[in-house]
Design a protein around this ligand. Sequence first.
Ligand SMILES: Nc1ncnc2c1ncn2[C@@H]1O[C@H](COP(=O)(O)OP(=O)(O)O)[C@@H](O)[C@H]1O
Ligand SMILES: [Mg+2]
Length: 235
Amino acid sequence: MSFLSATGMTGGYGNGPDIIEDCDIIVDKGEIAVVVGPNGAGKSTAMKAIFGMLNLRKGAVVLDGLDITRMAPQERVRQGMGFVPQNRNVFVSMTVEENLEMGAFIRDDEYGETMERVYELFPVLREKRNQPAGELSGGQRQQVAVGRALMTAPKLLMLDEPTAGVSPIVMDELFDRILEIARTGIAILMVEQNARQALEIADHGFVLVQGQNRFTDTGEALLANEEVRRSFLGG
Ligand SMILES: Nc1ncnc2c1ncn2[C@@H]1O[C@H](COP(=O)(O)OP(=O)(O)O)[C@@H](O)[C@H]1O
Ligand SMILES: [Mg+2]
């Protein structure tokens, strides 16, 4: 049994048409899974469906053996899901540290140690802990967003385009940190538009097109696949 098993997901927004159709996303323990595909393919929609922000018409989401298909997002957080959405993922007028504290709001245990680990992972956040998050660079804000999700002590960390709008150097750094998080035993599910670089660190990859799985394989096999390269990785 995989750690996250989201299968047959079919659904859309409100009463609108299905955006994802029979979509499967599987993540094993301790692995990095990456979702790639063209703009508008439904990658963010699939992430929202897994996190409980979309009413699925069909399909099931099972986390660590527990069927969470009908659970609200905050209940999923309690079950071990951390989610960094694509947009507006920090509170810009709150300080870095307040953002991290917000991440811990569902916990009733001591979270000081987790915050210390976030600061060890992202030292610049410790330096800037009393600054409003809105004053930080794009890459640093993404660190705040990832740090906030880590404050819930997730078993599965879901990231929607964590490297959007950052320079290649900052992207490499962020991917290194994500690898470090994975090494602590947290499973990672990540949507990325930097498909080639993301697949290089992926154990498994999912290529989504028009809301459906087009290719599913190891990161390595997808990078070697002629058709995937030509159509989705720029040759
Ligand atoms: N909140 C929303 N309400 C209605 N339609 C949406 C909403 N968000 C996304 N869509 C539509 O769903 C489709 C897939 O979008 P999205 O999941 O954001 O794609 P991706 O993340 O792969 O770029 C697009 O056609 C988009 O217009
Ligand atoms: Mg998206």
